[in-house]
Design a protein around this ligand. Structure first.
Ligand SMILES: C[S@@+](CC[C@H](N)C(=O)[O-])C[C@H]1O[C@@H](n2cnc3c(N)ncnc32)[C@H](O)[C@@H]1O
Length: 220
């Protein structure tokens, strides 16, 4: 992944992301839920595309105890981690190995399709987004969250302040984030251009408060 941004995460990358980076996002989930007004029907269907080790799905499973939760990820290592982490929710959480470019789900299935930090890896981002829209029910909601190529350094520092990375190493990780994570990602204008081609009734792209990222928020 460090050499080729669209290659599947290796065992080491999966472990590193799951241990040090994903936990830094979790404290922001309440803020995001409030800011974005994220909700689901009681027994609604949600898909997390590029779900990684399933930390976000785990939080969602606690908040929406009757919802049917699905995850898809390209990396077998990440699927294994997510299955292990979410084993106690068996029956209402299912993780599948698969690509965002060819989602292993029928059309019009989900009330909410969510993706955090994954679209920068998709080799055809327009195709991946149109797959996310295909599997959404009419009226369903799309939330794509990603590192912003035009992010502020202070927002990167705020993200790492919540990570398990020792403070001595954080300047190094800030540089790596800017070079290897936000650098190869999309900025808000790129995302608006892609969103304009989707079969969405309404959409917006905005910066997320206190995080080095943007959100594409749409309704099918
Ligand atoms: C930065 S991690 C984010 C993981 C998780 N969403 C989170 O926030 O903790 C990006 C994830 O996207 C997955 N990914 C990369 N390319 C993908 C693709 N084409 N289709 C589906 N998942 C992909 C990777 O395997 C990785 O687990």
């Amino acid at each position: 992944m460090w050499k080729d941004v669209s290659a599947p995460y290796s065992k080491f990358e999966s472990w590193f992301y799951d241990s040090y980076i994903a936990p830094a996002m979790v404290p922001f989930l309440d803020q995001l839920q409030e800011e974005l007004g994220i909700d689901l029907p009681e027994k609604g269907f949600l898909l997390d595309v590029g779900c990684g080790g399933g930390q976000i799905l785990g939080e969602i499973a606690e908040k929406f105890p009757l919802a049917n939760l699905f995850g898809a990820d390209l990396s077998e290592e990440q699927v294994e981690r997510a299955n292990h982490r979410l084993a106690s929710y068996k029956g209402r959480v299912q993780i599948r190995q698969g690509s965002a470019l060819n989602l292993p789900f029928p059309a019009d299935k989900f009330d909410l399709v969510l993706s955090n930090g994954s679209i920068k890896h998709w080799p055809d981002q327009g195709l991946g987004l149109s797959e996310c829209v295909r599997v959404l029910k009419p009226g369903g909601r799309l939330l794509i969250i990603e590192a912003d190529r035009g992010c502020r350094q202070s927002d990167v520092d705020r993200l790492f302040a919540h990570s398990r990375i020792p403070s001595l190493f954080r300047p190094l990780f800030r540089t790596l984030f800017l070079l290897k994570v936000s650098g190869p990602s999309l900025d808000m204008d790129d995302t608006r251009e892609l969103a304009g081609n989707l079969a969405l009734a309404e959409w917006s792209v905005s910066r997320i408060k206190n995080l080095p990222g943007w959100v594409l928020d749409g309704i099918k």
